[in-house]
Unconditional design. Sequence first.
Length: 269
Amino acid sequence: MGVINVTPDSFSDGGRWLDPETAIAHGLSLVAEGADLIDVGGESTRPGAIRIDPEEELRRVIPVVQGLASEGIAVSVDTMRAEVAERALAVGASLINDVSGGRADPRMMDIAVAGGSPIVLMHWRGHSDGMQKLTTYDDVVGDVVRELSVQIDAGLAAGIPESRIVVDPGLGFSKTADQNWVILAHLDAFMELGFPVLVAASRKRFLGELLAPAEGELRPTNEREAATVAVSTMAAAAGAWAVRVHESRASADAVRVVARMREAEKEDA
């Protein structure tokens, strides 16, 4: 899953893809370099981000979704708003990626049902402006699995078929760096929920902290790509459905290597 942030303030590439034509060209480039799906988002969800108006989110997102879909690209819309998801599906999006897991907008599940769309339900405890105050867990893996299960049950109760639900443990959302690593070390617990798992670690702060030099400054976001690919490799080996990344070539190569090694294991069995 290649990322396009049509925002001025996203943590990694805010402002680079605000122009629709530039964003569409970048999406086509991500596909050419191995992405199977392009995730278009118009509202930053970095820690501390303030929400924008729905009209502005629509203005940013819809032309890019429509432009990519018209080129035959599979597009997901990264939004917490049912109105934005509905419009995006109408112009060609094929998947909803809701980082709130259906909790921010009570209509989101109904839109997924009406549109016949798969939906990514991410573990979420609150909006970006306060989410890093919500990092207390008794057992981060067990608690996140349980809370995700509640969101899954809400989707099923709304009428979303099991076959159209994807789960995301929500790395960086209401989680400390240490908690992110624990979740990555226990992806099997999320696989056991029985749904495809999306892993979204690309360039995130916990990677920058890990790679920080001795003087303590974070590794810049554009210098976290090798670490991102390492996570993509481990996620693929663990059986993840997809990895969400800002640059697709190296992660796509890593996924192919893991897939070929699995084939070799079967051949040798």
